[in-house]
Design a protein around this ligand. Structure first.
Ligand SMILES: [Zn+2]
Length: 275
């Protein structure tokens, strides 16, 4: 349904390219990281354009009571810092890894960082979340339409530099989750060998197992991108059995072709490939 909203109904504009990955977090529930590149004409360049898509403030509880309740339920960070030093986002010496609370800002503007600085007015509005009163500085950026539609945590941001793009790609290639486990006998073995009993295993939670059994996509890149091994003409690597005569090797026509040379060949012959 989210893909339909983004890619077919074009709620943010016409999409030129996209990629997403499904990740399974510690308690096993699926979580998608989605990166969309908009077509020229739909691209956002101004803070006013960002404001049409991303909001980082508490909505008015009288005019938008439903949206307000969803922001309180799903989009408030923490509290962390001095109010809750044990919050999972807290890191030694640096504090909150997501840098909350953010600063108040009268209007949205560009920043030298990966993401714009969103409008967070000091309007004295607060909500009580996990026993603390939080204001606009604690709101995780969201899109009002998507949040209302899906009623779940759904962070929407404008990625204005390549750093944010890199972050998404990192998720695709980092590999599967792992776990370290140990099987205990009922009787405690005093000659316990830590190295022998070390078992590093792959971890698949029940929701992930279900996702894979049903063969749902775990990631997608559109348009598809394939890495080609680049080489100079006739300087490509060739693998062959040691005892094979060199002559028969050279007579074999496939010896002189690689994925790259075939890519060029296809582009010469095929009209679809040319376009
Ligand atoms: Zn935090």
């Amino acid at each position: 349904m989210l893909k339909k909203e983004l890619l077919k109904r074009h709620i943010f504009g016409k999409v030129a390219a996209y990629t997403y990955i499904i990740e399974f977090q510690k308690r096993g529930l699926p979580h998608a990281h989605f990166l969309i590149i908009l077509k020229q004409g739909s691209k956002m360049y101004s803070p006013q354009a960002y404001d049409r898509i991303v909001c980082a403030e508490l909505p008015d509880s009288h005019h938008q009571p439903y949206l307000h309740s969803l922001v309180v339920k799903h989009m408030m960070h923490g509290p962390c810092g001095a109010m809750n030093p044990k919050c999972p986002c807290m890191r030694k010496n640096i504090g909150c890894k997501d840098k909350y609370p953010k600063e108040f800002n009268e209007s949205t503007r560009h920043s030298s960082n990966s993401y714009p600085i969103y409008k967070r007015a000091d309007d004295k509005k607060t909500v009580k979340v996990r026993a603390h009163h939080l204001d606009n500085r604690w709101v995780v950026p969201y899109n009002p339409y998507l949040l209302s539609k899906f009623n779940c945590h759904l962070n929407v941001e404008v990625c204005s530099t390549v750093r944010a793009v890199k972050y998404i790609y990192k998720y695709i290639y980092k590999g599967h989750d792992k776990i370290l486990y140990q099987l205990n006998k009922t009787q405690v073995d005093h000659s316990f060998d830590e190295i022998k009993s070390f078992v590093a295993a792959r971890w698949i939670s029940a929701p992930e197992a279900m996702w894979r059994i049903f063969a749902f996509d775990l990631n997608e890149i559109h348009p598809s991108v394939t890495l080609l091994q680049v080489h100079l003409e006739n300087k490509h690597p060739l693998a062959f059995p040691e005892n094979r005569p060199l002559e028969s090797l050279l007579q074999n026509p496939t010896s002189s072709t690689t994925m790259l040379t075939e890519f060029f060949a296809m582009n010469r012959q095929d009209d679809h490939a040319k376009s």
